[in-house]
Design a protein around this ligand. Sequence first.
Ligand code: DNO
Length: 397
Amino acid sequence: MRQTWRWFGPEDNVTLPEIRQAGVEGIVTALYHIPPGDVWPRDAIRARREVIEAAGMTWDVVESLPVSEDIRTGAPAAAQHFAHWITSLENLAAEGIKIICYNFMPVLDWTRTDLAAPMASGATALRFDLVDFAAFDLFVLKREGAVADYPNDVVAKARERAEHHSDADRARLTRNILAGLPGAVERWTLDSLRERLTRYAHIDAERLRAHLQGFVQAVVPAAERLGMRLCCHPDDPPWPLLGLPRIMSTEADLNWLVTTVPSPANGVTFCTGSLGARPDNELAKMLQRLGPHIHFYHFRNVRMEDGGVPGSFHEDEHFGGSTDMVAVLKAAVAEQMRRQSEGRADWNIPMRPDHGQNILDDHHRKSAPGYPAIGRLKGLAELRGAMLALCHEPPQD
Ligand code: DNO
């Protein structure tokens, strides 16, 4: 597997020369300053590629080429945004960048309630606490009908917690949920979120799936013509949030996507952290079955705290948590060997250490939540060791 690393561009305080020292081969990045729906111009792509190459690495994956809310809601502008997305693909392909990650999560991208939860080791980690999330939904956002979306005991605990919330607690929770996480392309306030939720009032899972289908039908032929590989990122967390449908949460969801428009260009990002927050996702087996459609790996481990769907979880060490990471890597190595034996050109699937806990100097550096230098380096180093061991062939005597 090709070892890659997410870089948030020149604003990222983990720099390219530092990333190189971590032994990284390829960079995963995006042109974050371009609003969803707009075209990525070729000269901007080239300039970014050159900065990465000057630092001794290559731009291997785009994460993400954003899918606009107009596309997700099937608004009139969707057709024009399809065309823009395809133009961006053409511009990326012309610069040699062929693997494109995107997601189809309505409104919110990945979501956590706590960005620095203390761990027993002294590290801090990202955490999703269902009671805190319900407290936000029920008593800060005050979403109509929200009470029906949580088990009764969660509602009772959320009420009790909300009664003790100070203004600062409410502000922190709101910030963490709506504006705290890197990579999400839009930032929400309570008012803009409420306005946006009304646009989804009549969009259930089936309707959202129809919009995703329309999107892949429009863009996959272009990607195929350009020799590109699209890979949809699963939902994080993998269940509906704020009454919004989420349709990339389970093996059946991912399977639906790859079979709705069968093409080598229509694949998935296998994110063990996102999928791993549901006990019914058996990751190593899913990886085996979805193998031929995987174009990108995110390796990360979550610890489910109550095993519920929805439930609470936190981001554990890469070889801690609820996922058997060695079994996952074994399946990934088997997929690599299978592709090599088939003569597939795309056998060297890019992987990145997804997220990391804040450890050592990370506590002082203030890098993007989930993306510290040293916590991720530890994850990459551990994953690299395991991958080398699993691929090792003893010399024949
Ligand atoms: C978080 C990420 C997400 C992901 C996008 C992909 O670390 O996994 O931000 O990049 O959802 O489109």
